[in-house]
Design a protein. Structure first.
Length: 336
């Protein structure tokens, strides 16, 4: 298992390097898109920030462009401006789509968000097929397979560069474990594997660093809290949407990690939902090593030596995750 360095968003602000990466956010006027735009605008690694939405993005871009940081901000509205938004991008982040309301599952968003992700990824395939693609739109367990099928149909699929963003699960696990165990937040790292919905979210508490011991009851409570954390926010927002600020923070961390990898940093590890051979499922979230060409290695050691609780939870999540993956694949084939 690699030695994991403590992670912070924009830790490289301490040692600024001249870099010139181009990042696009699709769905940039939304609840996630706006704070995510702000956080990306703060990155010294970004020279261009392209903001795309179907409406209301002009004001967001004008606002952000007044921050005196290097990234040049441009706005793009509607399908006719999408190609120009995407040309030359190194990273494309997709938080476009509808969020949950209380009582809904992430899968309830499928009917609307599947088509949105399909259309946007078609444009990515046509205009910047070499970019890292970060899918945030739910249900991630299905939207990532949708994106993969679209890219395959276009003949440009590179499984090393397509990522479902599950960083928020890790951020939450780290926060809740540090709180419970009185650990210094910056030190805590909990890998979260599987997928991004309900029981498919599986925090590996036994692999927590620095190592910590948990009673069976603590494991059960923390696991359930991490799995239900999205719902906790949906209920607290009471109809006004789902996690946006913590999600923007998590997405910015994943963007920053991707840019550091593209910049040649040889020590970048993140959990994400990707095409994978770690289990019999075609997509699976695990820790991966990121490099200039995308995924460089899968950290299979995380899946070894699981506790009984984790091993059972891993088996239990597989049927749901498999069905969600197949639903995404079938959606694209039905439309073909
Ligand atoms: P939001 O409604 O506030 O914003 C969504 C934005 O997408 C809006 O500005 C909307 O105009 C835009 N949009 C809709 N259709 C579009 C299209 N065809 N092209 C471009 N933009 C389009 O929602 P939000 O709170 O920002 O959440 C967005 C998505 O992210 C939801 O699906 C939500 O479930 C998901 N999400 C995922 C995670 C995760 O961990 N992966 C966490 C939180 C939210
Ligand atoms: C989350 O985990 O917060 C997101 O997937 C949004 C949601 O619907 O819970």
């Amino acid at each position: 298992v690699p030695k994991i360095k403590p992670k912070q968003v924009f830790s490289n602000q301490l040692q600024p390097r001249a870099s010139s990466f181009k990042v696009a956010v699709l769905g940039a006027a939304g609840g996630i898109g706006q704070p995510l735009g702000l956080l990306i605008k703060m990155s010294p690694l970004v020279s261009a920030l392209h903001l795309y939405d179907i409406a209301n993005v002009k004001g967001v871009a004008a606002d952000l462009s007044h921050c005196n940081t290097p990234a040049k901000v441009l706005d793009f509205t509607g399908q006719s401006e999408l190609a120009n938004c995407l040309k030359g991008m190194d990273v494309v982040v997709i938080p476009a789509g509808v969020p949950r309301k209380p009582g809904m599952t992430r899968d309830d968003l499928f009917n609307i968000n599947a088509g949105i992700v399909k259309t946007l990824v078609e444009a990515v395939a046509d205009n910047c097929p070499d970019a890292f693609i970060h899918i945030i739109s739910n249900p991630v367990n299905s939207t990532v397979p949708i994106a993969a099928e679209v890219l395959k149909q276009k003949g440009v699929y590179n499984p090393k560069k397509l990522f479902g963003v599950t960083t928020l699960d890790v951020v939450r696990a780290n926060a809740f474990v540090a709180q419970k165990k009185n650990l210094k937040l910056i030190d805590v790292d909990v890998p979260v594997i599987g997928g991004h919905a309900g029981i498919t979210i599986l925090p590996l508490l036994s692999k927590t660093r620095p190592s910590a011991t948990f009673t069976d009851e603590e494991v059960e409570k923390l696991t359930i809290r991490i799995q239900n954390a999205g719902t906790e926010v949906v209920e607290a927002k009471a109809g006004a949407g789902s996690a946006t600020l913590s999600m923007a923070y998590a997405a910015a961390r994943f963007v920053e990690s991707s840019l550091r990898a593209l910049d040649g940093d040889g020590d970048v590890y993140e959990c994400c939902f990707v095409e994978s051979e770690l289990t019999e499922l075609p997509f699976f979230a695990s820790r991966v090593k990121l490099g200039k060409k995308g995924i460089e290695a899968f950290i299979s050691a995380d899946l070894q030596g699981l506790t009984d609780y984790e091993a059972k939870a891993l088996e239990a999540l597989k049927p749901e995750l498999k069905a969600s993956i197949e639903k995404g694949v079938a959606f694209v084939h039905k439309q073909a």
